[in-house]
Write a protein that binds this ligand. Structure first.
Ligand SMILES: [Zn+2]
Length: 365
């Protein structure tokens, strides 16, 4: 019985080897694998039947069957590798490529830049609060950028190292001097332009590009600001606080609080800087078990921008347009759009927004 089984095993090896070596394609070889080595193959049957053999014969039959199985597997793999290479070679040399078909995977259509999305978010929130969105010139007169905003002649922001000045064109009137035209250093000039254009009440925001001679991880020579201005009878600092709170809760979440700290700006009096409570640690300054929050540096507050009540001196420049400092009051605020985007998206370096590296931009799709 054992003798017969061993003979049959070597017959199987011979027959299978002939068939495998004659195989002409990969699919056909897979069928041969099932036929000779599969669960229902004769060889597998022999191996299953070993238990019924005389104990003395089991080792010989089992050993032979396993050896033949391994040899057949190796022969199959070798033949499949040989045929795969040949099939690839054939398809590469004969298949033509339709270059008009879309690539695979299809490239996504582009999307809005994170700064644009942040600006639109802020605009949506403020439109919801009844504000109109205005735009103003980026090349501005000194009068709107500084003088009418109550900056004295010797204010440091007027110095060449802070402000980009623009050579007046050949057609400019003689009285336009070398430092009368500049790239606006803030969006605030539109406060004056908007008040010149329409009487109170006025509720408007101005998002846009501004320019200063600054460049590091949190400053860029070109950056975006949003200016806000509200003027009407009886506006108070409490209205400013309520407006900032409503806006920042829309942007950073309904649980945020704000605080205002005394500060100085030439065109507001009193002036404040405003902070929002940290959305990472919930304003506690700590994460988990006593670890200092890295976003607010353990303070619990994040500095956002400047604000204040419009200085009566500013109304003095637009008194003729209906802004009598004795009858109207107002507040103004301003902050950087990049700062909001950096905080919302955890971007550590402002300059990344303007490198236009798609590896960064694609993360905002
Ligand atoms: Zn924090």
């Amino acid at each position: 019985m054992g003798q017969k089984a061993t003979e049959r095993i070597f017959e199987i090896e011979a027959e299978a080897t002939v068939e495998v070596e004659a195989g002409e394609n990969v699919a056909g070889l897979e069928e041969l694998r099932v036929k000779w080595l599969g669960r229902k193959s004769e060889l597998t049957g022999i191996l299953r039947g070993i238990a019924g053999l005389e104990p003395a014969e089991r080792g010989l039959v089992g050993g032979s069957a396993n050896k033949v199985r391994e040899k057949l597997e190796a022969t199959l793999e070798a033949r499949i590798a040989e045929l795969s290479a040949a099939e690839l070679e054939t398809s590469l040399s004969t298949d033509s490529i339709d270059v008009t078909l879309p690539g695979s995977p299809v490239r996504a259509v582009g999307h809005l830049h994170p700064i644009t999305r942040t600006r639109r978010l802020i605009e949506d929130v403020m439109i919801g609060l009844g504000y109109q969105v205005m735009e103003g010139p980026e090349v501005e007169h000194d009068f709107y950028n500084f003088t009418a905003l109550n900056h004295p002649d010797d204010h440091p922001a007027r110095m060449l190292q802070d402000t980009f000045y623009v050579e007046p064109g050949g057609g400019a009137p003689a009285e336009v001097g070398k430092q009368d035209v500049l790239l606006r250093t803030h969006t605030s000039p539109m406060q004056v332009r908007a008040m010149e254009a329409a009487p109170p009440p006025l509720f408007m925001i101005v998002p846009g590009k501004t320019y200063r001679r600054d460049s590091d991880a949190t400053h860029s020579p070109m950056f975006h600001q949003v200016e806000g201005l509200a003027v009407a009878e009886g506006i108070t600092l409490a209205d400013l606080k309520g407006t900032l709170l409503a806006m920042l809760r829309e942007i950073f979440g309904p649980d945020r609080e704000i605080r205002m700290r005394p500060h100085f700006f030439p065109f507001t009096e009193p002036s404040v800087e405003f902070d929002v409570s940290c959305f990472k640690c919930g304003g506690t300054g700590q994460l988990g078990k006593g670890d200092r929050c890295n976003l607010c540096k353990g303070i619990g507050w994040i500095e956002l921008g400047g604000a204040g009540m419009v200085d009566p001196n500013v109304f003095g420049f637009v008194r003729d347009a209906g802004y009598d400092p004795d009858s109207v009051t107002g507040f103004a605020f301003g902050f950087g759009i990049e700062r909001i985007a950096m905080l919302r998206h955890g971007v550590g370096d402002l300059r990344l927004f303007f490198d236009n590296d798609v590896r960064l931009l694609e993360q905002f799709s």
